[in-house]
Design a protein around this ligand. Structure first.
Ligand code: ATP
Ligand code: MG
Length: 329
């Protein structure tokens, strides 16, 4: 029997962080043996927020290096850049014409990212982002889409659009399922445990980047907000400590409750020191590999070009049948 397919992407909007690793990347790596995997750099999504051209170019290399540094093998997984495969933009437009304003208005990421800005000044790209994301997915006909919890709503919209297309124009798309981990799917910001950790966060104290130095990591954990009281306990009333306990546990492949037990009677200071050690141990080797690859952008580009060729073969096939069914070809 042929393998099922899995596909996911990460925006090239900054350096990747512990939330990306625990909620997405680590799972991408797990899937590469059992699934036919496609992972892309969502550079067209990243420009829904202003990007400086030089930084964007660097981020593209860095995100690709991070994929590989975390353990993705470009021989097994198809790693590519979204903008290298023109079919993304083309199917993105087609699906935009099938999406309603009401559907896009309900997307919580749009509400979060547009924040308090007046509608007049919010970019249209940020609004129509989910239609492009649907195209990213549907072009490759994957059965599963491994993502963090924040992307669940977008994958659900993707399913709706695929069903809508299939009903109107005939069976074309596989209906994909989101694959979301029970633990780690929503790592919270270190500076504010009510919001998810985000690479486009305003403060660098929001996240631990996968390439932060040991000193930076120690400092960020020291500064991480904690809850009132002194006890280490796993409770929804203590979102900051719960988040730190979750990070600790996941990096050691343990359950948060077990780790909580271990720190019974200890103070926040002791726990933070131990957490810093655990993070350094887990991220050290990853950081070294990322650094090695970012020093060799030509090699990274070669891998991405090769991936784009493989991805394009698949994407153009789907796009051709979409156009044929719609009367565009
Ligand atoms: P941005 O702030 O630019 O949107 P991001 O940090 O949200 O960046 P994305 O590129 O949007 O990162 O998401 C890449 C993947 O990482 C997605 O699968 C997303 O669900 C997952 N992810 C992002 N943030 C977290 C988090 N805090 N915890 C767990 N998973 C996350
Ligand atoms: Mg995001």
């Amino acid at each position: 029997m042929s393998k099922q397919r899995a596909l996911s992407g990460i925006q090239t909007s900054g350096t990747l962080h512990l939330g990306n690793y625990l909620g997405a990347l680590r799972r991408f790596v797990e899937l590469q043996d059992t699934y036919d995997t496609y992972y892309f750099l969502a550079d067209l999504h990243s420009i829904t927020a202003p990007q400086d051209p030089e930084s964007l170019r660097l981020n593209i290399t860095n995100v690709a290096a991070t994929y590989i540094g975390c353990g993705l093998d470009p021989q097994r997984a198809t790693l590519f850049r979204q903008s290298d495969v023109a079919a993304h933009a083309e199917l993105g437009w087609i699906l935009t014409t099938l999406t309603t304003m009401g559907e896009l208005r309900r997307m919580t990421q749009f509400k979060d990212k547009s924040g308090t800005a007046k509608e007049e000044s919010v970019g249209v790209g940020l609004f129509t982002y989910p239609s492009l994301m649907a195209a990213d997915i549907l072009l490759y006909q994957p059965e599963v889409v491994p993502v963090g919890a924040d992307q669940k709503q977008h994958v659900e919209l993707t399913r709706d659009l695929a069903e809508r297309f299939n009903n109107r124009f005939g069976e074309t798309f596989v209906i994909p399922k989101p694959l979301i981990a029970e633990e780690g799917a929503r790592i919270m910001g270190l500076d504010d445990p009510t919001k998810k950790m985000s690479k486009s966060a305003a403060s660098e104290y929001n996240y631990i980047s996968l390439i932060d130095s040991p000193d930076e990591i120690a400092k960020k954990i020291r500064k991480a907000v904690t809850d009132s009281g002194e006890k280490i306990e796993l409770s929804d009333d203590k979102p900051a400590i719960k988040n730190l306990l979750t990070i600790y546990a996941l990096l050691q492949d343990r359950m948060p409750a077990e780790v909580t037990e271990e720190f019974l009677g200890k103070g926040y200071g002791d726990f933070k020191n131990a957490l810093t050690e655990v993070i350094l141990e887990a991220l050290g080797p990853i950081r070294d590999r990322i650094m090695e690859l970012t020093d060799d952008p030509a090699e990274v580009n070669r891998i991405l070009r090769d991936g784009a060729e493989r991805a394009e073969a698949q994407a153009t096939k789907t796009l051709a049948s979409v156009k044929q069914r719609m009367g565009l070809a």
